[in-house]
Ligand binder design. Structure first.
Ligand SMILES: *Cc1c(COP(=O)(O)O)cnc(C)c1O
Length: 509
């Protein structure tokens, strides 16, 4: 959620251009066209709920107009989040908008559909049954909530273990790569768990298994591993960590953050062993709204045994007469996304998911080859060895006058949203990333390649002075966007996160 700033009365009244007279307001006739109404000649209400109502078609049209200044989701190559679903899925989801998912008693079928999804996803992750063992799972709003829950479960289990042993349980820590998604830093901060980072290097953008296990001590609640780094898409060596833990006989659980990879790897790379087949993997999260192919927000978390989900954390809510166990950070939420997930699972089947994931893997490889031919250095792994994305950067040996941010800006002027980032410490290098989603077809890919070629040609013809002016222009644009009345969002300078300490960009996902 973006934190919104609340301006003062004086700021709210300030005109964008000084000296414009307020237009005289007149009453509108019932038959007045939208753009002939007095609403069209005024700014939309922004700071105070208006005293009067407005006709619905006018409110609808005005907000629609306002939204045209947003980017186009299908051209947003920065995001993993689903931008296309079939009409039938949309119809089902719209139908479920009024259903509150937590109201299990009234909507038992929706609750049951969540259970079906959890079972299917747990099996996709190769859950196995032992007698007396009951794997459990839940839907969430996204991987972030799922990760919060998983961290709470690991912390609680560790506290119980320490207290039983008569030991101090006040300084938990958790081990992770410096390239974790920001939600891990959030979880650590919100739940008072010390973060122990394994830093990345110029050659290695993921966790190093040896270094990770070296950080373990008796206060370690768990190790986070990522199936598909947000930055380069690379899969972390989860089996490597598991093997070392087994070899050293360490009782430390692994949580797999499969936010992006959970619905890709099982179809593209079924032989990669990363999931519940590994003895130390106790919980896994996945974002339904990334390669699970559902609109935001839905995520999933599965635990291989209730042993890893301490009972203290589970609430039996008696809602309108029925007892239901629940583990969630929220109470009310819509049922639509869960229904959308079920639609995708049964509509696509394994064959459908596989064909989509293989197609986008091929498109990512094709795009990667094209970018390489244009002179970029490719940082992501192709051939299904990582997520279907291309991470790349300029070849510094070429001594370009421009940088990745300039490339991003030029592409943005053509409508493409391709972000430039700084990578996690300690190797602070600039990079760009294109996420290939289901709706990024080969022909759209070709259009992007053509625009990228044009962008490079344009930038190469600019001399140092023009590049400098161009940079100033981008900076000015960013600043005025921040100051403009269009975006009164609030921001502070972080000093608690990797971003504050090392300048890593918290990438969009
Ligand atoms: C996207 C992402 C998250 C956060 O997931 P949301 O579903 O957006 O909350 C966490 N970890 C990784 C690796 C991700 O890619």
């Amino acid at each position: 959620m973006v934190l919104s700033a609340i301006p003062s009365e004086a700021e709210a009244k300030q005109a964008i251009v000084e000296g414009i007279e307020k237009l005289r307001l007149t009453e509108d006739a019932a038959t007045v066209p939208v753009y002939g109404s007095h609403y069209a000649s005024q700014d939309l209400p922004k700071y105070e709920i208006p005293d009067e109502a407005m006709p619905r078609e006018i409110a609808y049209r005005m907000i629609r107009d306002e939204l045209t200044l947003d980017g186009t989701p299908t051209l947003n190559l920065a995001s993993f989040v689903t931008t296309y679903m079939e009409d039938e899925a949309e119809k089902l989801m719209t139908m479920c908008l009024p259903k509150n998912f937590i109201d299990y008693e009234e909507y038992p079928v929706s609750a049951d559909i969540q259970n079906r999804c959890v079972c299917m996803i747990a099996r996709l992750f190769n859950i196995s049954y032992r007698s007396g063992r009951q794997p459990v799972g839940t839907s969430t709003v996204g991987s972030s909530e799922a990760i919060m829950l998983a961290v709470l479960a690991m912390k609680k289990r560790w506290q119980i273990k320490m207290r039983e042993a008569g030991k101090d349980a006040s300084t938990p820590n958790m081990i992770m790569s410096a390239s974790v998604q920001v939600c891990w830093e959030k979880a650590a901060r919100y739940f008072d768990v010390e973060e122990r980072f394994v830093n990345c290097t110029a050659e290695r953008y993921v966790i190093d298994p040896e270094q990770a296990v070296d950080l373990v001590d008796e206060n370690t609640i768990g190790i986070c591993t990522i199936l598909g780094s947000t930055y380069t898409g690379e899969y972390e060596d989860i089996k490597g960590i598991n093997d070392i833990l087994e070899e050293k006989n360490l009782d430390v659980p692994i949580h797999v953050d499969a936010a992006s990879g959970g619905f890709v790897t099982p179809f593209v790379n079924p032989d990669l062993v990363w999931d519940f087949r590994l003895s130390k993997v106790v919980s896994i999260n996945v974002s339904g709204h990334k390669y699970g192919l559902v609109y935001p927000g839905v995520g999933w978390c599965v635990w291989k045994d209730p042993e890893y989900l301490p009972k203290d954390l589970i609430f039996n809510i008696n809602y309108l007469g029925a007892d239901q166990a629940s583990f969630t950070l929220n109470f009310s939420r819509g049922a639509s996304q869960i229904i959308g997930q079920y639609y995708q699972l049964i509509r696509l089947g394994k064959v459908g998911y596989r064909s989509i994931m293989l197609n986008i893997t091929r498109i990512a490889d094709y795009l990667s080859a094209a970018l390489q031919a244009l002179g970029f250095l490719i940082m992501s792994k192709g051939g299904g060895q990582g997520l279907p994305l291309v991470a790349f950067r300029l070849d510094m040996d070429q001594e370009y006058e421009f940088d990745e941010y300039a490339v991003a800006h030029q592409l943005r002027e053509r409508g493409w949203i391709v972000p430039a980032y700084t990578s996690p410490p300690t190797a602070s290098i600039k990079m760009m990333r294109i996420v290939v989603r289901e709706d990024f077809s080969r022909s759209r890919c070709d259009a992007l390649i053509a625009d990228m070629k044009f962008t490079l040609e344009t930038l190469k013809t600019m001399d140092a002075k023009r590049i400098r002016m161009h940079k100033e222009h981008i900076k000015h644009l960013n600043n005025t966007n921040k100051q403009s009345r269009r975006s009164s969002t609030w921001s502070i300078t972080e000093n608690h996160s990797l971003q504050g300490k090392h300048g890593k960009t918290h990438g969009v996902c």
